[in-house]
Ligand binder design. Structure first.
Ligand code: MOS
Length: 738
């Protein structure tokens, strides 16, 4: 279907200008802006990671005779000669390591694809060829692949995290028993892999005792400290460069084995070493979204008011490192429930460790809640939009903490308007065109507003130009652009005259680019820097932007430099120091005093072929409200990507696993399905103005992870509306409808 595509969305109330991305020209002309493009001193050697051929057991022998005989091979590192590397903590313990098992730590094999050797050669081809000749013998045991397989072990989250408390208030069981309508359903979500176009790469070289890393990263400052700990050097002697990131979605936040392996090889050889995890290796190298099962019971009274909510969730994780997302605390905050009971579990097997992936907790848990909301609305005979409005809340029902702002109802109205929801006949199977059964579905989208501490160096010059430096990251979101806009708006400088430097650990520290925190955190630090400039110029804080610009033009020195600093409300000053030390500090969402979320609402039309059961999505609309929108153009891109990803989650994406060998079978982007152009029809985005003066300096809510939350619930409900069949196991491929 044709659509009226608007490349430059108009600014509405409380929205900045739709400035084009700073790097737009570089990106469309293929300029060398990514870590792997950066020049290195001297001729690099090329490394190949050899990964385990089994998922569980131990290495009994390694014979490298033939591998060493390949011309050009310079170095083979295994657990037998790796020496002593430093140890990193995982996320659960405040560190950045993806797994508790160190690089080449020993002969034990914990999962398929575990790095077991590194081969470095003068050419990539020689390293790869040698990898085929490296003879590794294993004593193999039978691995546990996923839910339901022998050897899977279940633990409550409280058993692995003593601080964890499940959300429970009032008597959910009694509330459910007294409900006029109830549903009881189990939902399943699959393994997903991030698969950024830019592969996981590390280039390492040493300049004397100093290590330089070119590595795409969502947290260069943290990677600097982690690399220093691994290589047992001072953090001041490590520099990480990652000027742009070619897709991450969470997969470039943790520190993987390859950083240490590349750094170690570069040290031993005394030359730069380039190491890239191949596409298939990427499936076991940098984590994934783990598969889940969600059991939901939900009830309402005869008027559609929610009563009891009982949600239990199981996430599949690694035996070595029980990474989990949780998330039911956020589900429990969404509507005016009378009584809630949650239970969260991990189930462990012989798998690589999962990691955060775009709305990590929210995508599976909100899918289950929103699917249940749609099912219960149908059961009660209430329109699903109306049903959500009936159950709107101004506070988190768990602790009574008020939302700083919540525009779910406005988003529902805006998307209903744009989509034409009033034309929906609620009876399943009631709409059709020829062989195509038509269904309409809806869902809420949400994401907690999260923030971390940040600094930002700002230099303003008499000639009217400025420079911002912060070790934040542009993972494709437009962070360079909005940092310039934040300073430009506050100082009265044309953002085109503001240069921005990011993605280099030599710059003043910025936060991890995870949890959609960058815009709120970085613009708040930039605003603080601007306020310091205003003070240095001897102006009062309410001076107009014209007065500010005039004062800068009349400065006695050619330039002034300040360091802006910002710590989110409620976070101690020690959080800033923790960031200087490479730690991760994030706050937001459900707080004791207040509740901070961005909301959206999505509507979708599906068409299911009556004969073949082929499923199409001719149109999807989303309305979103997220406080001050820095840049409607880059925001529009985030929402667009989110809705498309949501379609992929509902209908395409899943990593398949071989139950016997605990090995991913579609570990390539030919067989790992994602939506392509032919799968995407009309996508319409409505930005709903919202003002939130409490949340942070500029009133910004993060939006990167908002639009892909809830979409699968809208699509599965639309499929039910078209066909009368409820599918509760994602993704919905046509065989499930046969
Ligand atoms: Mo995002 S999953 O917090 O990188």
């Amino acid at each position: 279907m044709a659509q009226d595509y608007t490349p430059v969305p108009a600014s509405k109330d409380n929205m900045g200008k739709p400035v084009a991305r700073y790097e737009a020209l570089q990106k469309v002309t293929g300029a060398k802006i990514y870590a792997e493009d950066l020049p290195v001193p001297g001729r690099p050697a090329y490394a190949w990671m050899v990964t385990s051929g089994i998922a569980k057991g131990r290495i009994t022998a390694i014979d490298d005779t033939e591998a060493r005989a390949i011309p050009g091979v310079q170095l083979i590192v295994t657990h037998e000669n790796v020496g002593q590397l430093g140890k990193l903590e995982t996320f659960a313990n405040g560190g950045l390591a993806i797994t508790e098992v160190g690089p080449l730590a020993g002969p034990e094999v914990h999962h398929d694809g575990q790095p077991v050797a590194l081969i470095v050669a003068d050419t990539f081809e020689a390293a790869r060829e040698a990898s085929y000749k490296l003879a590794i013998s294993y004593a193999e045991e039978s691995p546990t692949a996923t839910f339901g397989d022998a050897g899977a072990t279940e633990k409550a989250l409280g058993d692995i995290n003593p601080e964890y408390e499940p959300i429970r208030f009032n008597d959910a069981e009694a509330a459910l028993a007294n409900s006029a309508h109830t549903i009881d359903a189990e939902y399943r979500t699959p393994i997903q892999h991030h698969n950024p176009i830019e592969l996981f790469s590390t280039t390492a070289y040493w300049e004397g005792g100093r290590l330089v890393l070119h590595e795409p990263s969502q947290y260069v400052w943290g990677l600097k400290h982690s690399a220093a700990d691994l290589m047992q050097v001072d953090a001041d002697n490590v520099r990480v460069k990652s000027p742009f990131v070619g897709g991450a979605f969470g997969s470039k936040g943790a520190v993987t084995h390859r950083t240490a392996l590349a750094a170690l090889a570069a040290k031993r050889l005394g030359r730069p070493v380039k190491l890239v995890a191949m596409r298939d290796q990427g499936f076991t190298h940098s984590g994934h979204r783990q598969e889940t099962r969600q059991s939901v019971r939900l009830g309402c009274d005869a008027n559609g008011r929610l009563t009891g909510y009982d949600h239990r969730s199981w996430e599949f994780t690694a035996r070595t490192t029980p990474y989990y997302n949780g998330g039911l605390d956020k589900c429990a905050a969404m509507y005016a429930f009378d009584a809630v009971r949650t239970d969260e579990y991990v189930v462990q097997g012989d798998r690589n460790v999962p990691t955060f992936m775009r709305s990590p907790a929210e995508v599976p848990t909100i899918y289950a809640l929103e699917a249940a909301m749609n099912e219960l609305a149908a059961e009660a005979g209430i329109d699903p939009v109306e049903f959500r409005k009936i159950n709107d809340t101004r506070v988190n029902p768990v602790n009574g903490a008020p939302y700083t702002s919540r525009s779910l109802n406005q988003c529902l109205d805006a998307v209903a308007d744009s989509f034409g929801w009033t034309g929906r006949d609620p009876r399943p199977g009631s709409m059709r065109e020829g062989d195509w059964l038509i269904g309409w579905g809806c869902s809420m989208a949400m994401y907690p507003t999260q923030m971390g501490p940040s600094t930002a160096r700002l230099i303003v010059r008499r000639n009217g130009s400025a420079l911002i430096e912060v070790a934040a990251h542009d993972v494709g979101t437009g962070c360079y652009t909005i940092a310039a806009q934040a300073a430009g708006e506050r100082l009265g400088i044309d953002p085109q005259r503001i240069e921005v430097r990011m993605g280099d650990s030599r710059l003043p520290p910025g936060p991890i680019s995870g949890g959609s925190i960058s815009t709120a955190s970085v613009t708040s630090a930039v605003a603080n820097a601007c306020d310091r400039i205003v003070e240095e110029l001897g102006l009062s804080s309410d001076a107009s932007t014209d007065e500010r610009a005039a004062a800068m033009a009349g400065m006695s020195e050619p330039e002034i430099e300040v360091l802006g600093r910002w710590t989110p409300p409620g976070m101690g000053e020690d959080a800033l120091q923790a960031m200087y030390d490479g730690g991760v500090r994030i706050t937001g969402g459900n707080m004791d005093e207040r509740t901070m979320f961005a909301f959206g609402a999505e509507m979708v039309e599906v068409r299911v072929n009556e004969r073949t059961r082929e499923i199409r999505v001719p149109r999807i609309h989303g309305a979103f409200a997220a406080g001050h929108i820095m840049n409607p153009r880059t925001a529009h891109s985030q929402y667009l990507g989110g809705l498309i990803w949501g379609i992929g989650s509902a209908l395409h994406e899943a990593t398949e696993i071989d139950h016997k060998r605990a090995r991913y079978t579609n570990d390539n982007i030919a067989e790992y399905l994602i939506p392509v152009n032919a799968d995407i029809g009309e996508v319409n985005i409505v930005m709903v103005p919202e003002r939130d003066d409490e949340i942070n300096v500029l009133g910004v809510k993060g939006i990167g992870e908002l639009a892909n939350v809830g979409t699968p619930a809208a699509i599965t409900d639309a499929i039910w509306h078209a066909t009368g069949t409820r599918i509760r196991d994602l993704p919905v491929r046509l065989e499930k409808l046969l």
